[in-house]
Ligand binder design. Structure first.
Ligand SMILES: Nc1ncnc2c1ncn2[C@@H]1O[C@H](COP(=O)(O)OP(=O)(O)OP(=O)(O)O)[C@@H](O)[C@H]1O
Length: 271
């Protein structure tokens, strides 16, 4: 009998409510059902504040679901699952450690001996193009370089699932495109599943196998758009193709209504 690999993520009717001071629970996401296959790159877009990060926090075990089920690699999530790597908008590099120590830190925490951890860290520093900067401290690096340190720091652990919440959101456009290409290069062939939250539709389409569009909050899945663009991809090239423009239109057509609902709510609160 052949055993099929379980999906990297399986969400079934996942709903998250937060307690509030008024006593009426606030529903952040509702009835989210989604499978992410091993090795698949999924991006999530949705109106501001709709519940994208909350969806990731259920997968990362940071928050338990109020209803529904959340599984990672076939096991119910109960605390932080093994093999998960994270990258957020604010980078997790430690200001008092140099580049080498920042990249090696996860291995050191996991009991890898210093010499081996440093050797593997040097390899990752080279892969992200920072050879020569091992002794620099984060404040001596540009924002893009710090992001590359954060990427090496995350990928050195060889995660089988990578959760990324607007990791490039604070970067200028050119640096962001460079980082997107670098992420695709480093990810290809790893077999890792990626869930990547972004507000940038170009980024969402350029990176993904599938783009998940979420509704205005409480978020649920509105549509899923397959991105059948060839890999390997170069972001600055594929975004100029007619296929890309067509995909952009499809995603935006789905998202627009939800953005308008969110804006109207904001306007009514201000009025
Ligand atoms: N711990 C919490 N307690 C109470 N409410 C929360 C908590 N975390 C998130 N929320 C609320 O849940 C809703 C969804 O938040 P979330 O951060 O998931 O949205 P998002 O789509 O990631 O936002 P953005 O587009 O700004 O990045 C928001 O209204 C937020 O205020």
């Amino acid at each position: 009998m052949t055993q099929s690999t379980p999906p990297a993520i399986q969400l079934r009717g996942a709903t998250k409510m937060f307690a509030t001071k008024s006593g009426t629970p606030f529903t952040a996401i509702t009835d989210v059902t989604l499978d992410v296959a091993a090795g698949e790159f999924v991006t999530i877009v949705g109106p501001t504040g709709c519940g994208k990060s909350t969806t990731l926090s259920l997968v990362s075990g940071l928050e338990p679901a109020t209803r529904g089920t959340v599984q990672v690699h076939g096991a119910a999530v109960n605390g932080i699952p093994d093999g998960v790597g994270y990258m957020f908008q604010s980078d997790a590099v430690l200001p008092w450690k140099n580049v080498l120590d920042n990249v090696a830190i996860g291995l050191r925490y996991n009991g890898v001996k210093k010499a081996e951890a440093n050797e593997r860290a040097r390899d990752w520093i080279q892969r992200v193009g920072l050879t020569g900067f091992e002794d620099r401290y984060p404040h001596q690096l540009s924002g893009g370089m710090r992001k590359r340190v954060a990427m090496a720091q995350t990928l050195i652990g060889e995660p089988s699932l990578l959760l990324m919440d607007e990791p490039f959101g604070a970067l200028d456009v050119q640096t962001r495109e460079f980082m997107q290409d670098q992420l695709l290069d480093l990810w290809s062939g790893t077999g890792a599943a990626v869930v990547f939250v972004t507000h940038d539709l170009t980024e969402a389409i350029a990176l993904a196998d599938r783009v998940v569009v979420m509704t205005a909050g409480p978020a649920t899945i509105k549509s899923i758009v397959d991105v059948d663009l060839e890999r390997p991809r170069k972001v600055e090239e594929i975004r100029l193709t007619p296929e890309f423009t067509e995909l952009y239109r499809t995603v935006w057509d789905s998202l627009r209504e939800e953005v308008e609902i969110t804006r109207a709510r904001g306007a009514s609160r201000v009025a």
